[in-house]
Design a protein around this ligand. Structure first.
Ligand code: HEM
Length: 527
């Protein structure tokens, strides 16, 4: 089965370089004390929650440590000084590490899973980056609002029926519809279904399988995961079919996406070379963007809603800001979203505690010494454990576990060393969809805060599910409608959909920012 050759024939993904080869002084790096022969550091490990296991080890072993499972040794790094050094792009680059490499069968040389040397990375990056420029984002705003209104209609129905709402499920509906609609002009009809869309089920299946591949001995994987591999093949076939249908429909219609991501993928030539993406690469990019474009944002929104429900004073402050900034505007404009500074801080603080893509891997471009202390050979790699970087006491204080959005006031951000907040990764391979995710999530949190009081089930204890990404498992909230403001004609409590045309509406009041051809439109100064 072509889908698994990279991982199953050798037990290791292509490009894998063992820690023993890469780190000459590996022995100096702390490891758990009770290592079993052949099996490694598996005592007490929860194979469904490898990230949270690693967080536990990090607390015991310090800012750099290693774990071994079934013959594979991993080096983890989370100390601020070490991570800042790994962010040096002249000496380090993205490593397509185990978890990401396991997604290669489905996402191939798509933007997220491409090896640095693959020419399709630069090609796709240059062709697609303008799809995340400010102008493009402004064009998506109306569609994002429309999808958010489908969510509030859905929640209103639950509220009327006296039911609680399924936060991760509904956030996934929302973010899938948003990326599908803005990027590909497609409607999955998620809010009209009782169960997750089969695309989501297939996606969760492939992500879970990619994670599981790391938790079984490589050579035994074909045997131990035979049934799971069969299901995975069916899931991948479903993803491919969905995407092929979507692309075929667009080709038949002869474009018509008004320059959305799919139009760019199909028709845009590289500005310098004139090259276009191949049909096979388009398939990989569409899958990449549909998956990367919703799963992590859904988790980020879900964690933020969890913390808002848990901290009524924070929610009240955020709501007061929304009322003040948006006033009675039924449909906030593009530029009114970035003005929700406190709501954005709530989001940042949620991403600090639970960065929903919780690790990224870095490899040495040449022989070097990490932070002047740990020699690494060219190709040696380490996993940055973002949730622990974001809890590093020297940076975030002894109360780093406490949820406090004021850690992101401009003064507090300025006072922190660089490279200490990395939910979107780092360098040239950092998240291309960062602004998209932040705009969408801030807008949706604003709309929900304005419309509802949210309360948590007092019995709920945060349980974080892992499938390469993170999600607050089983989170349900009780809603109460905020009293309507009669004098405003209930304008904000019931968005006047018809009043504000829908898709691709630009806000004339917002002047377009001049774009420098030499500057990548998705890389901000904060990266
Ligand atoms: C809160 C939401 C999001 C988070 C936390 C997040 C996080 C990340 C991280 C950590 C990386 C770097 C991975 C690595 O170094 O291996 C990444 C890359 C990427 N993300 Fe996101 N992401 C989010 C939303 C999005 C959205 C909305 C899109 C698309 C619309 C997207 C598309 C991508 C792509 C294509 C890459 C690969 C970029 C490259 O290598 O050139 N992400 N993301």
């Amino acid at each position: 089965m072509a889908a698994t050759t990279e991982t199953m024939e050798t037990g290791l993904p292509r490009g894998f370089r063992s820690a023993e080869q890469g780190w000459p002084e590996l022995r100096r790096i702390p490891r758990p004390p009770h290592r079993l022969p052949l099996l490694g550091d598996v005592l007490g490990a929860d194979r469904h929650r490898p990230l949270q296991d690693s967080m536990r080890y990090a607390r015991e072993l310090g800012p750099i440590f290693r774990r071994r499972a079934f013959g594979k040794e991993f080096v983890f790094v989370w100390g601020a000084r070490l991570v800042a050094d790994l962010a040096d792009e002249s000496r380090f680059a993205k490593h397509v590490g185990l978890g990401v490499a396991n997604l290669r069968p489905v996402a191939g040389d798509g933007l997220f899973t491409a090896y640095n040397h693959e020419p399709n990375w630069q090609l796709a990056h240059d062709v697609l980056a303008p799809g995340f420029s400010r102008e493009a984002m402004e064009g998506y705003h109306g569609m994002m609002l429309s999808v958010a209104e489908r969510l509030t209609d859905h929640w209103d129905r639950h509220l009327a029926a006296g039911r609680t709402v399924d936060v991760p499920g509904d956030m996934t509906r929302l973010t899938l519809e948003t990326i599908a609609r803005t990027g590909f002009g497609h409607d999955f009809g998620s809010f009209e279904r009782d169960r997750p869309h089969p695309f989501v089920t297939a996606m969760v299946g492939t992500l879970t399988y990619a994670q599981r591949l790391n938790s079984v001995p490589g050579p035994l994987a074909p045997l131990l995961l035979r049934a799971a591999a069969r299901r995975n093949a069916a899931d991948m076939a479903h993803l491919n079919r969905t995407v092929d249908g979507l692309v075929a429909a667009r080709r038949r219609s002869g474009g018509g996406g008004e320059g959305d991501l799919l139009d760019r993928m199909l028709a845009t030539a590289h500005p310098e070379t004139g090259e276009k993406l191949s049909p096979e690469n388009v398939r990989k990019q569409v899958i990449t963007f549909l998956v990367a474009g919703h799963e992590t944002t859904s988790g980020a929104l879900s964690f933020a809603l969890h913390y808002l429900a848990l901290h009524p004073a924070v929610a009240a402050r955020a709501r007061a800001e929304v009322d003040q900034v948006w006033g009675d505007t039924p449909r906030p404009g593009y530029d009114q979203v970035a003005k929700l500074r406190y709501v954005r801080r709530v989001l940042d603080e949620s991403l600090r505690l639970w960065p929903t893509a919780p690790a990224f891997a870095r490899e040495a471009r040449r022989d070097t010494v990490l932070a002047g202390d740990h020699p690494m050979r060219r190709g040696a790699w380490a996993l940055v454990l973002t949730p622990m970087l974001h809890r590093e006491p020297e940076v975030w204080g002894e109360d780093a576990e406490r949820f406090d959005p004021d850690r992101f006031t401009p003064a507090a951000v300025r006072a922190r060393p660089p490279h200490t907040f990395k939910p979107f990764g780092t360098g040239a391979r950092a998240c291309i969809g960062r602004q998209f995710a932040l705009h969408e999530a801030t807008l949706v949190l604003g709309l929900l805060l304005r419309r509802y009081e949210l309360s948590a089930d007092p019995g709920y204890r945060l349980s974080v599910a892992e499938r390469l990404t993170l999600m607050p498992e089983g989170l349900r909230l009780r809603l109460e409608r905020r009293p309507a403001r009669e004098e405003a004609g209930d304008a904000w409590a019931r968005p006047a959909r018809a009043a504000a045309g829908d898709d691709r509406r630009h806000h004339p009041a917002e002047p377009a920012e001049p774009r420098s051809a030499s500057r990548c439109p998705v890389r901000g100064a904060t990266d």
